[in-house]
Design a protein around this ligand. Structure first.
Ligand code: FNR
Length: 363
């Protein structure tokens, strides 16, 4: 049973922290370096006041949207997060059951702890596969073909983590994967290793010999007819180049503050990217979204949908599939309240007018 005092995403976070081993918590909660971007992600939402509107007609109001030609009943997608078996014995199998019950789309991490086929087998929702480009194109292509065969409906290529961020929280806690948890979908695929000797570049030598570039995205675009999204775009110029590669969508993200610390808040990056993209491809944003009002603000500033990462793991840790369903139900209800009280009958009506003081959010 779900503890009765859990009413919000923050409540799930508090319960998960109390329940999980400290090293696992450090992995899930740990940010890059000093955690500044992670803090900014939240502050950017909190800074923006909303414009309340009254007496609007809300008959037939709906949170439904259409993305890549597919219907979705709310603009909230599960972000890809690695190793769900760290927090629940069923891992991603439980997550996808909860997401399916909520009819929410789920992204499956390349580093899932359950095979992508097994997750698809118990899924009753739309699945997206998050791909990390592998060292060899053959390995990358094998993953793409498996995702296609298992009926994944889009590829989300994460481009902001060719190396791990500086994860001091994890290092201090001495986090290591337990023996029963690994990235099963990558079995047999080599991960890059540093070949640096004393006094040599610790990261540049070896680790980054074969990092993906925009040329690889152009190549990947030719290999599949699935919608292709790049996740981790942080700059309008990179959004422009992504569109030039023929991508179908962009996920504006700073990886929840886990990669490069002091990147801007995701909401601030969204504004810049949305201005440049100007509606040419759909935009999704993630990082720090914890309330329905956060979703509303992201939609108002140019996102077509949002993704949530860590809160899903918190809910999974506390309540398994039921926890995931409960959290998604809470977030959807909060979004509906926010839409009702700002007079928005549909997601398409959520625009900058719902923000009271746009200038307060400027940096
Ligand atoms: C992540 N994220 C992530 N992203 C990705 O593309 N592949 C991955 O395997 C992971 N793994 C992962 C693990 C954990 C524990 C977290 C918290 C995050 C990043 C994730 O997709 C998303 O960008 C952020 O989590 C969004 O920020 P919030 O919602 O967690 O604040």
């Amino acid at each position: 049973p779900i503890p009765a005092d859990i009413l919000s995403a923050f409540d799930y976070e508090r319960h998960a922290r109390a329940r999980l081993p400290t090293d696992v918590w450090a992995y899930i909660d740990g940010a890059g370096a000093d955690g500044i971007t992670k803090r900014w992600n939240r502050e950017a939402f909190d800074r923006i006041p909303l414009a309340g509107r009254v007496l609007a007609d809300m008959s037939e109001a709906s949170t439904a949207i259409n993305l890549f030609g597919m219907e979705m009943n709310m603009p909230i997608i599960l972000a890809p997060t690695a190793f769900h078996m760290l927090v629940h014995p069923e891992g991603e199998r439980a997550t996808v059951v909860g997401a399916s019950a909520a009819k929410a789309w789920m992204s499956v991490s390349c580093q899932a702890s359950v095979s992508l086929e097994e997750i698809a087998a118990v899924s009753e929702t739309t699945l997206l596969f998050q791909l990390y480009m592998q060292q060899s194109r053959d390995d990358t292509l094998r993953l793409v073909r498996r995702a296609e065969a298992a009926n994944y409906r889009a590829l989300l290529v994460t481009v902001d983590a060719p190396v791990n961020g500086v994860r001091n929280d994890e290092q201090r806690a001495g986090f290591r994967l337990p023996p029963h948890v690994r990235a099963v979908n990558l079995d047999g695929m080599p991960s890059p290793v540093s070949r640096a000797g004393p006094g040599e570049s610790p990261v540049f030598k070896g680790l980054l010999d074969r990092v993906p570039t925009f040329a690889d995205i152009e190549w990947l675009r030719r290999q599949t007819s699935l919608p292709l999204l790049l996740k981790g775009i942080a700059h309008p110029d990179d959004a422009e180049r992504a569109i030039g590669c023929g991508v179908d969508g962009i996920v504006v993200s700073n990886h929840g503050g886990r990669t490069l610390d002091t990147l801007p808040a995701s909401l601030d990056m969204l504004k810049d990217v949305a201005a440049r993209v100007d509606g040419r491809v759909p935009l999704i944003v993630d990082g720090g979204i914890r309330r329905g009002t956060d979703v509303l603000k992201a939609l108002a500033l140019g996102a077509n949908a949002v993704m949530i990462g860590a809160p899903i793991l918190h809910a999974l840790a506390v309540g398994g599939a039921v926890g995931v369903l409960h959290l998604l139900t809470i977030l959807r209800a909060e979004l509906e309240v926010a839409m009702a009280l700002t007079g928005c009958r549909g997601v398409g009506e959520v625009e900058e007018g719902v923000l009271a003081e746009r200038r307060l959010s400027g940096r």
